[in-house]
Design a protein around this ligand. Structure first.
Ligand SMILES: CC(C)(COP(=O)(O)OP(=O)(O)OC[C@H]1O[C@@H](n2cnc3c(N)ncnc32)[C@H](O)[C@@H]1OP(=O)(O)O)[C@@H](O)C(=O)NCCC(=O)NCCS
Length: 189
């Protein structure tokens, strides 16, 4: 898969590069991020370097995952990371703690969804999941148009090898921009 650059009103989504390792390392120290994702704990600078220098280029090349840095338009700082786990059909994301609460993740997710479901990839739907209780992630997915799909064990395995209880949602091409998708999230009621 060829790396892309996606632009949204306030953001640029582009492939992380070696110089982003320090920002990735810093953000991944956050307890919330460690709680709700499967990043290694403790998270080292070697983990950050392996992520940007090895995992991401390999995933793009193999077409397994499209990983993009979330940057403010006109600046280079990496604020967060978003990905299309192409082989699995899921989206995944995190935002650095100091950049949360500005609607950036919802905006980045809408940009990613538009690209993935544009038709050029032959993909018509995308899945989201989070460990049950992750209201922040659920709000961002809902704001991007995902439809609630119920509670079931997560597809992904946690650090202890178990499938934790999960929340699930789906977004299909026809859902983009519809109000109906915003109404069906019982866990956020
Ligand atoms: C979840 C996360 C990505 C949200 O990023 P963000 O940039 O703050 O999200 P946004 O500002 O785009 O918020 C989008 C919506 O979620 C809401 N929201 C964000 N964090 C929230 C929280 N912790 N609790 C409740 N609502 C939250 C916002 O108010 C907004 O709601 P609205 O559209 O109804 O106004 C971020 O908190 C994070 O990285 N958390 C740790 C890692 C993680 O959980 N990743 C996802 C794994 S599935």
């Amino acid at each position: 898969m060829k790396p892309v650059v996606l632009c949204t009103p306030r953001l640029v989504l582009s492939t992380p590069v070696a110089a982003d390792a320090a920002a990735v390392f810093g953000h991944c120290q956050d307890e919330e991020l460690q709680r709700w994702t499967t990043v290694p704990v403790p998270y080292s600078m070697a983990d950050a370097r392996a992520f940007v220098e090895e995992h991401i280029p390999t995933a793009w090349r193999d077409g397994t995952e499209a990983v993009l840095a979330i940057r403010p338009a006109g600046a280079s700082a990496l604020m967060g990371v978003i990905s299309w786990q192409r082989r699995r059909g899921f989206v995944g994301y995190w935002m650095g703690p100091e950049h949360r609460g500005h609607g950036y993740m919802a905006e980045a997710l809408r940009g990613l969804v538009d690209w993935v479901l544009s038709g050029e990839h032959g993909v018509t739907s995308l899945r989201w999941e989070a460990v049950a209780g992750n209201r922040g992630s659920a709000h961002a997915a809902r704001a991007a148009g995902f439809r609630w799909a119920g509670e079931a064990p997560c597809d992904v395995v946690d650090r202890d090898g178990a499938h934790p209880p999960g929340w699930h949602a789906v977004l299909t091409r026809g859902d983009i921009g519809t109000v109906e998708a915003l109404e069906r999230w019982p866990v956020l009621a």
